[in-house]
Ligand binder design. Sequence first.
Ligand code: GLN
Length: 204
Amino acid sequence: SLTVGVLAIQGDVHENITSTQRAIKELGVEGSVISVKTSEEISKLDGLIIPGGESTTIGQLSLVNSLLKIIKEKIEQGMPVLGICAGMIMLSKTANDRVVGKTDQPLLDLLDINLERNSFGRQKESFEANISMNSINIPKFNGVFIRAPSVSDTGSGVEVLAKFNEKIIAVKKGNMLGVSFHPELTEDVSLHKYFINLIKKSRN
Ligand code: GLN
């Protein structure tokens, strides 16, 4: 049976638990979803979701609890991770804010991408748009963007899964998946299902 954790430091934890539970059920997989906030809990996971929220806060609090270290170790050992919005920022190498520039914030530095925080501007801090992720068989998805980042730069081996307005909004490399939008805020759980299948495969 799979254990999927949602990092519960800050951000929309509950919505991700609900979406992941639905995905597990719809796939007919045996598994459970728990919220995690200690190293011990994280060490037992088969997969982790780092939810959206405020990346500066998630980073600083995770640093204090020395959670960043264990999360980084687990991902390096192959544990699949889904980083959503602030969660994708946490996975990245460097983050620049569109307005204030280079931010000095703790990051996991695992996914070889540069990020632009708050990339879609103040007028459009929040919006929804139809997007497609054809390479992972999700041709149509309602993307909910909330003060969303975009990927400004990808390193080698990073696959671009989706773009919106010329900007990269979904990426994958190996066991790491990062998206700018919030799949937990729509009824469609296909991205959560894709993530569950990624966890299943990593355990074979
Ligand atoms: N703007 C937030 C940040 O930079 C991310 C917003 C979100 O996760 N919805 O951390």
